[in-house]
Design a protein around this ligand. Structure first.
Ligand code: WT7
Length: 647
């Protein structure tokens, strides 16, 4: 993506906010000014709009690298997302409009959602799950996913949502790292007309998860899923949740009590359990939903992310619901049963704000404008993107063919670790430039630094955050050393995001992408080490090196260089087998696009694999410096192999 951005970035193309939009926007110039004057006061004013059971005594306690926000305050996230709307005039308003892939639908009003959450909370309490217990959630995009998350929040249990596309092994490792006491799953989900047998995957994971006492199973598929229930351990949702009472007292949570853990890939083989707490996180996602997505009472907000990712946590569930908005949830894929599905959904439900990933926009662009063109998208008033840099052509296409020139586009930069949006335009206020995430959100301080950590005003460098922010991760679950090391050691005193970026002369941010051994495939983070571990786990593989290569739609794709044990040959069948092996170990998102067999990997004389060279080879680029290579012949051979593989 980097080179694409470099050649296409056009700092002169500007889109000032449409006047009509600006006249009614939640954000104004004053929003920036208030935060610039006093960041802590800005966040405190926003936090004060939530319902607190007990007020905080200190806004921020900063003990680098540990932050505590709204210290002494007590609140409950589910009460803020539900009860106050039910009693505040939104009882009959739709909270969730859901559509299943086969076309079944369900709308839950705030009153109904609140009752379902309470039932689920009571069922969990009945199974002995309580405050501080970890609960793994492994569900498709069905209302029960949001219900389960909110039910955990209600009783103070810490949820760890595992994306339904992850394998049994990935699920097992996450359950074990968090020592979850319960798992909430479904008999299956629908994906492109096929059933994804989640309970079967969960059962495989559960063979080796000693901490799990109970499994709650949603029947999404029914008989056809042929589900085997283990007596004593497994319980049907429709039996125990549906029978539970619709009243459940919310657990008063300390502002710094854990709300959730979410695992994300890093530069080692082991995913990191990112820890988010209650008060600061809710404040940031509520505030950003209000100003970035401009949420108002009559908005229908569709964030197309799966709840397995942080985007789904913050902008399908917590942020919009805390604002009392209506959210759309969709179970399936954009091309099922046809390429009209997303636009048909927008028209049918009157979606006003739509938030998706650049990879999706590039896919729509490839399919052509005839699909959105035959649907009434006149209700749309704001568009957003997240997950990776958006190339200016995709931005322009989105602007013209989905937004019809009238919708501002918010390109939002943030991470699992940041909890909420960090760098973004404020619609109605900030002039946008296609491809730039523009400027930090009010109350967020970002700085670009060079390799030595010296701040730079313009040009290229590393993106760092200089002050704590409410939604920041508090640590890595049970690994505070890794927390310090990963985020706070490279540039002492600063949070290092792992991204390279550029600042232009207007002080606008252009995110260039990861500078570490982490890939961004379709907006999802994949650690190269994780894929390498999965490959060397296969009996035929001796050594593996994984790099990213530019991909038109996905942004990046996984390319693997593999050496085999003994005198095994790299056949087409083995390529298939290895791809399948990675899918089984991690999940389909990590499946390599290319596998290149080689007798040797290019290494320095000290034995370090030269990934930079492998990236050059995978991209078919001219090679960088090769003088430190132990054996220069290896590279020539690899280039030949790569060319042969590309055909
Ligand atoms: C990484 C974080 C947070 C939502 C989804 C991804 C990249 C995210 C943008 C953007 C350019 C972006 C960064 C970041 N990224 N948003 N608007 N422009 N790059 O969450 O899996 O934690 O990944 O996604 O590289 O570090 P994540």
């Amino acid at each position: 993506m980097t080179s694409q951005i470099d050649t296409l970035l056009d700092e002169t193309r500007r889109f000032p906010p449409p006047e009509q939009f600006a006249a009614q926007a939640n954000a104004t110039e004053a929003t920036y000014q208030a935060a610039a004057k006093d960041r802590e006061a800005f966040w405190a004013t926003e936090a004060a709009q939530l319902d607190w059971i007990e007020p905080w005594h200190t806004v921020l306690e900063w003990n680098l690298p540990h932050a505590k926000w709204f210290v002494g305050g007590k609140l409950n996230v589910s009460s803020n997302c539900l009860d106050r709307h039910v009693s505040g005039g939104r009882a009959d308003k739709a909270a969730i409009i859901w559509e299943g892939e086969p076309g079944d639908t369900r709308t839950l009003s705030y009153a109904e959602l609140s009752q379902e959450v309470n039932r689920c909370a009571n069922a969990l309490r009945g199974l002995g799950v309580g405050k501080g217990d970890r609960v793994a959630i492994y569900l498709p995009m069905i209302p029960e996913a949001a219900i389960a998350m909110l039910a955990c929040a209600r009783i103070g249990a810490v949820h760890s949502v595992v994306f339904g596309g992850f394998s049994a092994e990935s699920l097992r490792d996450r359950i074990n790292d968090a020592e979850a006491v319960a798992v909430i799953t479904a008999d299956g989900g629908n994906r492109r007309g096929q059933v994804v047998p989640l309970k079967k995957f969960a059962d495989k994971a559960l063979e080796d998860t000693p901490s799990v006492r109970h499994v709650l199973v949603v029947s999404r598929i029914g008989e056809a899923a042929d589900t085997v229930m283990q007596p004593g351990r497994d319980h049907w949702w429709h039996e125990i949740v549906d029978a539970a009472s619709t009243e459940a007292t919310p657990e008063p949570m300390d502002a710094e009590d854990l709300l959730f853990i979410l695992y994300t890939s890093g530069t080692t083989g082991k995913p990191k359990g990112i820890v988010h707490t209650t008060g600061g996180y809710l404040t940031q996602v509520t505030t950003t939903s209000k100003y970035v997505f401009d949420l108002k009472d009559d908005d229908v907000f569709w964030c197309s992310a799966d709840i397995g990712w942080v985007t789904g946590h913050s902008y399908v569930v917590y942020g919009p619901l805390a604002n009392g908005a209506t959210v759309v949830m969709y179970e399936g894929s954009p091309d099922w049963p046809d390429r009209d599905r997303f636009w048909a959904l927008c028209a049918k439900h009157g979606v006003t704000v739509f938030y998706t990933a650049p990879t999706a926009i590039r896919t729509f662009m490839k399919w052509g404008p005839e699909f959105p063109d035959r649907h009434d998208l006149s209700q749309l008033r704001l568009l957003g993107t997240v997950g990776e840099p958006i190339n200016p052509e995709a931005w322009m296409w989105y602007h013209q063919h989905i937004g019809h020139g009238r919708c501002p586009i918010v390109d939002t930069w943030w991470q699992t670790e940041t909890g909420g949006i960090m760098i973004t335009p404020l619609p109605g206020v900030t002039t946008t430039k296609p491809g730039s995430a523009t400027v930090p959100f009010p109350g967020i301080s970002a700085e670009l630094v060079d390799t030595d950590g010296t701040p730079i005003e313009s040009g290229g460098g590393y993106l760092t955050i200089t002050d704590p922010w409410p939604g920041m991760l508090r640590t890595i679950y049970r690994d505070d050393d890794r927390y310090r090391e990963t985020y706070w050691s490279r540039f002492p005193g600063r949070y290092f995001a792992g991204d390279g970026a550029k600042l232009d002369d207007d002080g606008y941010w252009w995110i260039l992408g990861r500078v570490d051994d982490v890939l961004n495939v379709s907006g999802h983070r994949i650690g190269t080490m994780e894929v390498e571990s999965a490959l060397v786990d296969h009996p035929a593989v001796a050594e593996a090196a994984v790099v990213g290569k530019t991909h038109d739609i996905k942004g990046q794709a996984v390319a693997a260089f593999v050496t085999l044990k003994g005198d095994r040959d790299g056949s087409e069948d083995l390529v298939k087998e290895l791809k399948q092996h990675v899918t089984e170990k991690i999940g389909a998102i990590a499946r390599p696009e290319d596998i290149i067999f080689t007798a040797d990997l290019p290494k320095t004389r000290s034995g370090k694999i030269m990934r930079r060279l492998l990236r050059d080879i995978a991209e078919g680029r001219a090679l960088g410096d090769t003088t430190t290579l132990a054996d220069p012949n290896v590279v020539n051979m690899l280039i030949e192999k790569h060319e042969a593989a590309e055909g």
